[in-house]
Design a protein around this ligand. Structure first.
Ligand code: PMP
Length: 378
């Protein structure tokens, strides 16, 4: 089976080899070195400067989101959420549970809120923190983080981006754009299995944590984790909570693969392969859920054609490729999702097999387009 959902994804043989081993002690020289190198390499992948602080913690994307919310919001604060779907709803709810007052700027499914709408909400509410989902995995919509960073800075707010379905695949320049938190998880374009929450945090965001009055849950607290990260980066053993030692051994391998030709080349590769996959959907007579002008490069959210429904996902799986159903509440039954990120964009055979499985599955369900892909550079 070929795993082409928008995370977890297929991982490279070198990454697989590096975590498939008996569990090493988290205090072993190997793990300390892997952790230290990972923190250094994260700054390069995130395009963050030396004043920023990378964190790697056991967990998933949701833990990373919760960590950002818990360390940045007091119960008296205002959060502005640029809402593009399912995962923006989640971070808004987290902020509400923290006690903050939450203003959401929404758009129709598959659309992005306009900068004017975000600007007027910021004028009205004077937010302390602006949150946005770089790529919303439920709709395949991508926002423009740079403009949102500038807008947040103009209003004296910090900017936080959920990059779970974007980091290391979509352009993001943390230092140049002045973003304050860019968070992700290991199982998407980073190219590991599920198990690590990751983020890079600006100096300003760390300072804000120091000023919080509302207590931060201990396991999420940057103040607990900061000395641990600093110790690892200095190649000293340290303990607060047991790290995912197998995954840490694989993390520098995965990050080095991303950086092999430079992170810009990695973004460009994702862009090229996303364009090829969009051409596949076009030839099959299928439409994206969102306007191509703000479609993500990491996945395609594709509408079922007339007469075809979620049985398409099963028919594609019968042909050896796993894709995902829809996720946006209320629209789940009208589209499916295909991941094209990380290792699989370096594997033309993965993309071609996915295109052919989708075509053959559609034909088996009576949607006969008889498309050929021989001329496409997968
Ligand atoms: N944000 C986005 C954009 C996601 O795609 C996901 C996972 N699909 C999450 C957050 C939550 O991550 P996790 O499932 O690893 O907790």
């Amino acid at each position: 089976m070929l795993l082409m959902i928008p995370g977890p994804i297929e991982v490279s043989p070198a990454v697989c080899e590096s975590f498939c081993r008996p569990p090493p002690s988290h205090l072993s020289v190997d793990v300390i070195d892997a952790h230290a190198r990972s923190l250094e390499l994260m700054r390069a992948v995130w395009r963050a400067d030396d004043s920023s602080q990378p964190f790697v913690v056991p967990g998933s994307g949701t833990i990373a989101m919760e960590m950002a919310v818990a360390n940045l919001l007091d119960a008296t604060d205002v959060a502005l959420v640029v809402n593009t779907g399912y995962f923006s709803d989640r971070i808004a709810e987290m902020a509400r549970r923290r006690g903050a007052s939450v203003e959401e700027v929404t758009a129709e499914p598959g659309e992005v809120p306009t900068l004017d709408a975000i600007e007027s909400a910021a004028k009205r509410q004077s937010p302390d923190v602006v949150f946005a989902t770089h790529v919303d995995t439920s709709t395949g919509v991508k926002v423009e983080p740079r403009a949102i960073c500038e807008l947040a800075a103009r209003h004296g707010a910090l900017s936080v981006f959920d990059g779970v379905c974007a980091t290391a695949a979509e352009r993001f320049d943390m230092d140049d754009w002045g973003a304050d938190v860019y968070l992700t998880a290991s199982q998407k374009a980073i190219g590991l299995p599920v198990g690590l929450g990751m983020m890079v945090v600006s100096e300003a965001a760390l300072l804000r944590r120091k000023d919080l009055r509302t207590p931060v849950p201990m396991a999420l607290d940057w103040e607990q984790w900061l000395p641990i990260m600093q110790a690892y980066e200095d190649r000293r053993p340290s303990y607060f909570s047991t790290p995912a030692s197998n995954l840490l051994c694989a993390l520098p391998i995965a990050l080095q693969e991303i950086l092999a030709d430079g992170v810009e080349a990695r973004w460009a590769l994702h862009e090229r392969k996303a364009a090829v996959m969009r051409e596949v959907w076009r030839r099959l007579g299928l439409e994206l859920l969102c306007d191509p002008s703000h479609a993500a490069n990491t996945l395609s959210a594709v509408r079922y054609p007339d007469g075809v429904g979620p049985e398409l996902v099963a028919a594609i799986r019968d042909r050896g490729v796993v894709v995902a159903g829809g996720l946006y509440p209320g629209l789940q039954g009208s589209y499916f999702r295909v991941g094209h990120m990380g290792y699989s964009v370096t594997r033309p055979d993965h993309l071609r097999r996915t295109a052919e499985a989708a075509r053959d599955a559609l034909v088996s369900l009576g949607h006969d387009r008889d498309a050929t892909f021989d001329d496409l550079e997968f």
